[in-house]
Design a protein. Structure first.
Length: 382
């Protein structure tokens, strides 16, 4: 199994080094939803209001569905087992975790933390989950009730403490717990107190990022002044690092999803099919190509986002366009379809589409840097 994963990782790096628009490798990472039901009504969630989001919700996925992913699980290095919902609602979630983990991949979980009772905490520690991200988006119950109705932050704090206690009981360093804070107008003032929450919970990393607006209404209701955001983020960074806690800031463009709506409309208005569009979208000379800075997308290169019953999307930010559905084990073919190939081509040629232009997944295309990354990743893998 490990040989398959290593060979696939080598193939994935070859895809990137050769700037292939249609990858030959299987996905190195899989993002698989397990359930899309949720027990909260977060004001920034696509479930509560979005324009054109196509990720399905309010459905459970059975074990037979996950068994169809065996060829991909055998080759994937990392599997993120969550989607547009709260995984702990799924009564068979840990059965799915154990099945996925049996193929040797690193399994990651994202949760709102509300349902982490003692039984589930033990399952989280024992089932093979390597990391768990818990989204709080607040440092106080007053703010938490506003952004994540109906509230319950004190209970979540106790749940996380319980999880850490059970990890010590089993002398386990996993899962590594990371706390996240999605910034919006309603909670910006609460961000500087977030390091105190992390310190109380003995968490060694927090992840901070602007929310992505899923509708024009969400933008109007939650938009943050950029200068003010920068000031508060830097204040929080200094406080976090002074406590010896890792501070990770994902500089997401809040307009990414809304830009993807405009991007899709432009394509439709041009009445150009994906195959033709990928061939004629940019009429540039060879000289212009050489002067443009080339990029690649970390997500488009190595990840496959599969939600609902086999519905594949370009990434977790562009969810208004489907790539297709998995049929007969053809995920590699889906990742090479014209939509995906066109996005990669645009990046390689230095023409990032509007939804991609400010994405933190965007990386400069430098073969020497990529090669060093490949050597380092393979060394750690072995």
């Amino acid at each position: 199994m490990k040989i398959k994963k290593l060979l696939n990782l080598i193939h994935a790096y070859m895809d990137l080094l050769l700037a292939r628009e249609k990858p030959c490798a299987f996905p190195v990472e899989l993002s698989l939803g397990t359930t899309s039901f949720c027990n909260l009504k977060c004001i920034h969630c696509p479930r509560e209001g979005s324009d054109g989001n196509l990720v399905p919700f309010d459905e459970h996925l059975d074990m037979d569905y996950f068994r169809e992913f065996q060829p991909y699980l055998e080759r994937a290095k990392d599997i993120y087992l969550y989607g547009l919902g709260e995984p702990m609602i799924d009564n068979r979630y840990f059965e799915k975790v154990r099945y996925v983990a049996s193929f040797g991949g690193n399994v990651g979980l994202s949760s709102n933390g509300t349902l982490l009772d003692e039984k589930r905490c033990r399952e989280v520690v024992l089932s093979g989950i390597k990391g768990i991200g818990i989204s709080l988006d607040a440092s106080s119950e007053e703010v938490f009730r506003i952004v994540r109705p109906p509230g319950g932050l004190p209970k979540i704090i106790e749940n996380i403490k319980r999880l850490e206690s059970i990890k010590k009981e089993y002398n386990s360093v996993t899962p590594i717990v990371k706390l996240s804070f999605g910034i919006m107008r309603q909670n910006l003032h609460d961000l500087p107190f977030f390091p105190d929450v992390a310190e109380e919970l003995h968490c060694n990393e927090i992840i901070v990022h602007p929310i992505v607006y899923m509708s024009e209404k969400m933008k109007r209701d939650s938009e943050v002044d950029r200068d003010q955001l920068t000031q508060v983020v830097e204040e929080t960074r200094e406080k976090t690092e002074a406590k010896g806690i890792i501070f990770s800031y994902w500089d997401l463009d809040p307009m990414t999803f809304l830009k993807s709506l405009d991007y899709a409309k432009t394509i439709q208005q041009n009445h150009v099919g994906w195959v033709e569009q990928s061939e004629t979208h940019h009429d540039v000379t060879e000289k212009q190509k050489k002067t443009k800075k080339s990029y690649f997308c970390f997500f488009l290169w190595r990840n496959a986002m599969v939600q609902g019953k086999g519905e594949v999307f370009p990434c977790c930010y562009i969810t208004n366009m489907r790539v297709g559905k998995i049929q007969n084990g053809n995920l590699r073919e889906l990742r090479g379809r014209p939509l995906m190939a066109s996005l990669r081509k645009d990046l390689f040629e230095g023409n990032p589409p509007a939804p991609c232009a400010k994405c933190p997944q965007l990386q400069p295309f430098d073969r020497w840097t990529i090669l060093k990354s490949a050597i380092k990743e393979m060394y750690h893998f072995l």
